[in-house]
Design a protein around this ligand. Sequence first.
Ligand code: KG4
Ligand code: ZN
Length: 353
Amino acid sequence: MTAVVLGIETSCDETGVGVVRLSGDGAAGTKVTLLADEIASSVDEHVRFGGVVPEVASRAHLQAMVPTVRRALAVAGVAPSDVDAVAVTAGPGLAGALLVGAAAAKAYAAAWDVPLYGVNHLAAHVAVDTLEHGPLPPALALLVSGGHSSLLQVSSLTQPLEPLGATIDDAAGEAFDKVARLLGLGFPGGPFIDNVARAGGDPASIRFPRGLSGPLDPPYDFSFSGLKTAVARHVEALARAGSIVPVADVAAAFQEAVVDVLTAKAIRAATDRGIETLLIGGGVAANSRLRAVAQQRCDAAGVRLRVPRPRLCTDNGAMVAALGAHLLAAGAPASQFEFPADPGLPITTSLVS
Ligand code: KG4
Ligand code: ZN
């Protein structure tokens, strides 16, 4: 089987359009190749608000959609008549933003007379890894983004993901964004904290708390709101004492606390369950310290680590196209055209019917 799949992602502030080529026999031989990964971001329009403004994001998606699809097709070197299926993020995400992507995907699928797959954004963050590292064996997935932090068991990309644990308060990316704001760094905060910490922060300079890491705490759940408060208290105390805030050290120590907890819990879940592969996905998986510590600890625990390159970790259309291609290869039934965009789509739904 060979097929071209176009994927559309609009759950937050990136209008992502990816094109992939599926080849192989639909089983272990399935190969999904990236042909184009075009992104139009409205992030600059949100910076002065310190967070994504849903209405602004929706309007930006509307403006960017058609040009981004055209660009992706041109880069991929495929004509609209070459597209065999369209996939789109059905949820979770911002309601208005999702709606723009879903409406566009329905229009393209109807115009081109091809099947449409409404997929789960989180499952797509897992599927994207196959573009770089090939077929995925059963794995433990750590998904860390601006809206989610979850540990999931993945038996197959076309089966529902099984949740093992999640954050009970802030998502990891949200904590990065809030702490960056506190330190006067830019938005979104993750890349700024990553860079500042790497440029000379001492991760051992301050010992910030590791949430839910006691012996009686739930082993696979996360909590980052206490950490964020501890950073705020630390910075306030320095300001009260008239001391200069050592931004790089605070950033590095905060990042270390997040990375320590994420990697410890993920590797524990993998070893507890006898799962040999750990996959890390979502925007926070772009973090250089998380990637380095995860590699060290996976090597020590005998767990194989898979992390997509940073550009594929943050939101993009290629991940949606990749999941669509795997569903098409597996013979999954296409979604009904009436499917709604669902801001709260549960992780157990990879494909909406
Ligand atoms: O997956 P994503 O692009 O969008 C959501 O689905 O939320 O993730 C965005 C999040 C933001 O919170 C951003 O600060 C964080 O990913 N992020 C990072 C890095 N790059 C992006 N966090 C830490 N280090 C990074 N290098
Ligand atoms: Zn995401």
